[in-house]
Ligand binder design. Structure first.
Ligand code: AMP
Ligand code: MG
Length: 319
């Protein structure tokens, strides 16, 4: 029997009994548990085979929950929360003692956001506790953007996937930490740097070596298909060495006319980066299931969500 269900009451019952449930958000599906249940949190790590040094994001229903879990909110964090919540931006803030160390990998900070999806907001409103949830995929593999992706990964290892349809944003939240109360981007994501800078002015992006393993989104290989994947400035040239191989292509807008190409996906024919981001992981899932010899992805424009798409594609190409 399928573990996919739209039954919110069932998810409430399972989560309240310290089980984990896969939940929809606007970014990707998460594997969620009660933040106060050590049993549930450990099950999340075990199910994903995620190393314990990788902390989880806490999902809350409203800003009124924030004071219970964080000790200090910098002014620019407040501005960002007001501008983008509910939405795909995660703030890393000084934590209060109630947040168990297993969630934060022993750090004195906790990552928190209000997701923008009616199903998880309804679920959070019915629960008496926030939910810790990393993406609902085995460690390092492509994040799930549909309930079926999650079911394919975990089958009978979890009791339920709460179905909320395909994720609208489709890549993970942008993660922002604070140093001396100034915002720093730890992970690019579904909220563009330009949108963030419109609210708080210039922000620094820390490269992975400076903060790893603060954010596993910063690990070199992450979000990766099992098929060898390369990122290309010029698809036609990159195809040449693969004449007798089975090739899959991901482009931004245009199609490629070339006999070598077995399967191709243009992420947004109209050239809309938001649409492209929302379809990226589904395209990788689709191509990865075809047993191709190689996936060649086109480099995206280096602005807006194009930057975040390039970030994910870059990590998908690491061996
Ligand atoms: P995932 O939901 O699988 O993308 O993982 C959650 C992301 O949030 C990871 O990249 C974590 O490292 C990041 N994160 C969670 N808590 C913290 C924290 N206290 N400091 C820095 N990054 C964090
Ligand atoms: Mg993840």
């Amino acid at each position: 029997m399928s573990i996919i269900s739209k039954d919110i009451a069932k998810a409430v019952a399972l989560l309240s009994a310290e089980n984990v449930v896969a939940i929809p958000t606007e970014t990707v599906y998460g594997l969620a548990g009660n933040i106060y249940s050590e049993k549930a949190i450990r099950t999340i790590f075990e199910t994903k085979q995620r190393p314990f040094f990788n902390p989880l994001i806490v999902h809350i229903a409203s800003t009124s929950c924030l004071d219970k879990i964080v000790a200090h909110i910098p002014k620019k964090a407040k501005l960002l929360a007001e501008a983008f919540w509910p939405g795909p931006i995660t703030l890393v803030l000084k934590k209060k003692a109630v947040i168990p160390d297993v969630i934060t990998a022993g750090k004195d900070t906790v990552a928190v956001r209000i997701p923008n999806h009616p199903v998880i907001l309804e679920l959070l409103n019915q629960l008496e506790f926030p939910l810790a949830a990393p993406s609902a995929n085995p460690f390092n593999s492509i994040s799930p953007t549909t309930a079926i992706h999650v079911e394919t990964y975990f089958k009978d290892k979890i009791k339920m996937v709460l179905d909320g349809g395909p994720c609208k944003s489709g890549i993970e939240s942008t993660i922002i930490g604070f140093e001396n109360d100034e915002p720093i981007i730890y992970r690019l994501g579904s909220t563009s740097i330009e949108a963030i800078e419109n609210v708080v002015g210039k922000v620094e992006i820390k490269n992975k070596k400076e903060i790893a393993p603060d954010a596993p989104g910063m690990l070199e290989r992450h979000y990766a298909p099992t098929t060898k994947t390369i990122l290309s400035d010029n698809i036609e040239d990159s195809i040449l060495p693969y004449k007798n191989k089975r090739v899959g292509i991901i482009t931004f807008k245009s199609s490629i006319i070339n006999d070598t190409v077995e399967f191709q996906i243009a992420l947004s024919k109209s050239g809309d980066l938001t649409e492209a981001a929302s379809k990226l992981y589904n395209a990788l899932h689709q191509l990865d299931a075809l047993n191709l010899d190689i996936i060649i992805a086109e480099k995206f424009p280096d602005y807006g969500l194009g930057k975040s798409i390039n970030d994910r594609l870059n990590r998908a190409t690491k061996n």
